[in-house]
Design a protein around this ligand. Structure first.
Ligand code: HEM
Ligand code: CA
Ligand code: CA
Length: 296
């Protein structure tokens, strides 16, 4: 039902309106591309890619921003607002926030050197959100391979898709609280990587919880296949990262990607399209929000 040319007559300048806003946000702060890509994932796993995540909490509405996987963690909402403002100027009332984020996620990957793909469009925006869905559906950093597999499977994504999409951790940063246990307690970690990471993440819970470390230290701002090389070197930052290469069924795919960047790139593009297909609102469902943070 979604199509790549959905706005070709109603908003022909859509792509050329979105990309410069994404570009300037990344130029201002390199990390922002990663943050936008993650917004897409955390939204699509809760009621599909309906941008439930973008809705602000109000006195009588509880959204997803304060769910555990999102609180003090997801970021980039102001950039989505800036894109929406630019798109509303070009084509008022036509383009959904749902589609804007799908385009912005693609543009972020491209700007950081990753693959491109044709974004399917025609999604509409939710009028509801689900805090419990966010808490239950989005896998946490201490998940083992079985939990990761089942949370992706619940969204119609295969284990192969999961290993591919986890390659998004080739960019961006994580807070100490999300990897403390891995770097202090796990044994499937390179010892010098563990000690260097420990230097900015104190062992005691409550101290330095928000200190950041790069998910892929060597090429933190480049979308490449280096994440998989890290896993083979036992340099995954999160417990969940290293689970993908821990003598299990996904080891072979990690190995393939570590030596074959073009296969990773083409699989990543295909998997992003697949994730973007999760339960879209179409036709008369939902609405085209005027402001991505509030229901019309
Ligand atoms: C496989 C299961 C996954 C788990 C357990 C996981 C977990 C995490 C955690 C704990 C963080 C750090 C958050 C923080 O400290 O605030 C993070 C960051 C990130 N995740 Fe994932 N993630 C997964 C899959 C994905 C997928 C599928 C994508 C996108 C396709 C993605 C994109 C990102 C990005 C880009 C960042 C860095 C964000 C930034 O720097 O602002 N992750 N992830
Ligand atoms: Ca959603
Ligand atoms: Ca990288």
């Amino acid at each position: 039902q979604l199509s790549t040319n959905y706005y070709s007559s109603t908003c022909p300048k859509l792509f050329s309106t979105v990309k410069p806003v994404v570009q300037s946000a990344i130029s201002k702060e390199n990390r922002m591309g990663a943050s936008i890509l993650r917004l897409f994932f955390h939204d699509c796993f809760v009621n599909g890619c309906d941008r439930s995540l973008l809705l602000d909490d109000t006195a009588n509405f509880t959204g997803e921003k304060n769910a555990n996987p999102n609180k003090n963690s997801v970021r980039g909402f102001d950039v989505i607002d800036n894109i929406k403002t630019a798109v509303e100027t070009a084509c008022p009332g036509v383009v959904s926030c749902a589609d804007i984020l799908a385009i912005a996620a693609r543009d972020s990957v491209v700007i950081l050197g990753g693959p491109s793909w044709n974004v399917k469009l025609g999604r509409r925006d939710a009028t509801t959100a689900s805090m419990s869905g966010a808490n239950n559906n989005i896998p946490g950093p201490s998940s083992n391979l079985d939990v990761l597999t089942s949370k992706f499977s619940a969204q119609g994504l295969s284990t192969t898709d999961m290993v591919t999409l986890a390659g998004a951790h080739t960019i961006g940063q994580a807070r100490c609280t999300t990897f403390r246990s891995h770097i202090y307690n796990d044994t499937n970690i390179d010892s010098s990587f563990a000690s260097s990471t420990q230097s900015s993440c104190p062992a005691t819970s409550g101290s330095g919880d928000d200190n950041l470390s790069p998910l892929d230290p060597k090429t933190s701002y480049t979308f490449d296949n280096n994440y998989y090389k890290n896993l083979i070197n036992q340099e995954g930052l999160l417990h969940s990262d290293q689970e993908l290469y821990n003598n299990g069924s996904t080891d072979s795919q990690v190995k393939t990607y570590s030596t074959n960047p073009s296969q990773f790139n083409s699989d990543f593009a295909a998997a992003m399209i697949k994730m973007g297909d999760i339960s879209p609102l179409t036709g008369s469902q939902g609405q085209i929000r005027k402001n991505c943070r509030v229901v019309n």
